[in-house]
Design a protein around this ligand. Structure first.
Ligand code: SF4
Length: 128
């Protein structure tokens, strides 16, 4: 059977047509580098995805801080991981690069902050 994939490894997003027999890759076209083949093989055996989302920040200059996983996790665990991430709430200030949660769901992947959120001023700063 022929299956179509859009490679998500880089922004090129190559459209790949792959001939698959018994879940084994036989041939493929459309990829422009070897990572495309590795991606299709991974999709056939252990599809993985990353998560980029945001979490609530109390007392910040912004209400949300963006976060992501440090490495992809199995696609069928994304919903469970999102439930965990949704339950996190932070208090400003929040520094980009901070690890919020190590080894989510037992995988070798951490939840890290990707945007700094400074504390909001309690009182407007004095003007000169
Ligand atoms: S096949 Fe290579 S160039 Fe194309 S999207 Fe995948 S990684 Fe990028």
């Amino acid at each position: 059977m022929i299956r179509e994939f859009t490679c998500i490894i880089c922004p090129n997003g190559c459209e790949i047509q792959a001939e698959i027999h018994d879940n084994v890759l036989v041939s493929m076209t459309g990829h422009t580098c070897p990572k495309g083949e590795a991606y299709v093989k991974q999709e056939l055996t252990d599809p993985r995805r990353n998560i980029a989302t945001s979490v609530l920040v109390k007392g910040g200059e912004l209400p949300l801080a963006s976060v992501r996983l440090t490495s992809p996790i199995p696609k069928d665990q994304i919903f469970a991981a999102m439930e965990i991430i949704k339950s996190i709430s932070l208090t400003a200030p929040v520094q980009a690069g901070t690890i919020l949660l190590k080894n989510i769901l037992g995988y070798d992947s951490d939840v890290i902050v990707t945007k700094t959120v400074n504390a909001a001023y309690d009182v407007a700063p004095a003007t000169l």
